[in-house]
Design a binder for this molecule. Structure first.
Ligand SMILES: Nc1ncnc2c1ncn2[C@@H]1O[C@H](COP(=O)(O)OP(=O)(O)O)[C@@H](O)[C@H]1O
Ligand SMILES: [Mg+2]
Length: 385
């Protein structure tokens, strides 16, 4: 039988699955307080060498604070941070083997692109020939050769972003820290730059840590994502695990679109769980086993693209299907999303999306139509928190 995995696999790189693999960066029970306010709460996290790791969470959840502690711009209130086996306590930022690229880029306006890139190397008093070599390499890697003599104000936003990146990389840090690096770019350019960052990270064989509040960005670039909320980690996993196997309502709802169905457990066995949805009154059979017991209230989370929709009526009493009426149709070009009213008195909404693979559609589903929504045993996840 072919190997099954949770979602697609981007690359064969999974050091976190090996408990003996030493972490490259480790936060051990780290807390950070500003006065009475706890920005980071007793947080432990391991990041591996050559990993592209993303810290994802809403504004104010402590992402930048966590990164600044690693870079040495903030001191933990308690706990320890290790890099390559070394406890970083007391080591000033400029002596740490990390480099942080700031959200604002912080370029020197009066210096040319090449002088901006060379700045840190000059400060470190590297020989001129070495500086010239590294600047040339960075200009090539970030495709800035033709702009070497320009000043920052003569560049576009995307080019300025690349200069900041080149300057951060020129010192060959062991870890590059990127705080919302693409926030100032428009959508198209952001997507392009995400792929450039991934290529750069693979080519330089470096460890990248990126902070973002943009879930698509984290999903695109990262080997693993840590979802943060209020100074704590909620889930640390690969993008596909985060999407297909969220560990909580918070994560399921934060990443992508999801139907959250309130349900009561009716039967638990070795090959799955049976649920009865509270509002819609339909029966769910899941291949997932759960710690919940019969009678417990849980949530069944199912992504709209995993709900099938067809014209007609369902079989009363069948598992994993429910009859509804089309309430709303959203046409997004590549996909369409249908909101169907389901359950007793049609009070509840279930969303189904499908890809518009054909240009011409015969007999399309339309408003107020009777439809049957159905899904597979392994299409959704049972959540207990
Ligand atoms: N120097 C500081 N003094 C007081 N509060 C701070 C300071 N830095 C950050 N905070 C607070 O800590 C919380 C987390 O901030 P931050 O790490 O910047 O969040 P994020 O990067 O996730 O948006 C916020 O509530 C912020 O107001
Ligand atoms: Mg921030």
């Amino acid at each position: 039988m072919a190997k099954k995995s949770v979602g697609p696999v981007r690359r064969e790189f999974t050091p976190w699955e090996n408990p003996d693999h030493p972490p490259f960066i480790e936060f051990r029970n780290v807390s950070k307080k500003f006065g009475d306010f706890t920005a980071v709460r007793n947080l432990s996290l391991k990041i591996y060498e050559r990993e592209f790791f993303a810290l994802l969470g809403g504004s104010g959840c402590g992402k930048t604070t966590l990164m600044r502690m690693l870079a040495g711009f903030e001191t933990p209130t308690s706990g320890q941070i290790f890099l390559d086996g070394q406890d970083l306590a007391g080591i000033p930022p400029y002596r740490r083997p990390s480099n942080m690229m700031f959200q604002s880029y912080a370029l020197f306006p009066h210096m040319s692109v090449e002088k901006n890139i060379a700045f840190g190397l000059k400060q470190d008093k590297l020989p001129q020939a070495e500086i010239d070599d590294r600047v040339a390499e960075m200009l090539r890697l970030t495709k800035l050769e033709q702009f070497a003599k320009r000043k920052p104000h003569q560049l576009s936003g995307g080019q300025r972003q690349r200069v900041a990146l080149a300057r951060s990389l020129a010192k060959r840090p062991k870890v590059l820290l990127l705080d919302e690096p693409l926030g100032a770019l428009d959508r198209k350019l952001r997507e392009e730059t995400q792929f450039e960052l991934m290529n750069l990270q693979e080519e330089l064989k470096m460890t990248f840590l990126i902070v973002t509040h943009d879930q698509e960005e984290a999903m695109t670039v990262a080997d693993r994502i840590a979802v943060m909320d209020k100074g704590e980690l909620i889930q640390v996993a690969t993008p596909s695990e985060i999407y297909e196997a969220p560990n909580s309502i918070y994560v399921a709802d934060f990443i992508g679109d999801v139907n959250l169905i309130e349900a009561t457990v009716s039967e638990v066995s070795e090959d799955g769980t049976k649920l009865h949805s509270t509002g819609e009154g339909f029966l769910i059979e899941s291949s997932q086993t759960t710690e919940a017991a019969p009678g417990d209230k849980v949530w069944y989370a199912i992504r709209p693209e995993k709900v099938r929709i067809a014209k007609g009526q369902g079989d009363a009493g069948a598992f994993n299907q429910v009859t509804g009426i089309v309430w709303d149709i959203g046409y997004l070009g590549d996909v369409s999303i249908i909101h169907a009213k389901v359950g007793a008195d049609n009070r509840d909404i279930l969303r189904a999306t499908f890809a518009n693979v054909s240009r011409m559609v015969e007999d399309p589903i339309t408003w107020d139509e009777d439809v049957v929504l159905s899904f597979d045993r392994d299409a959704g996840v049972i959540l207990t928190r």
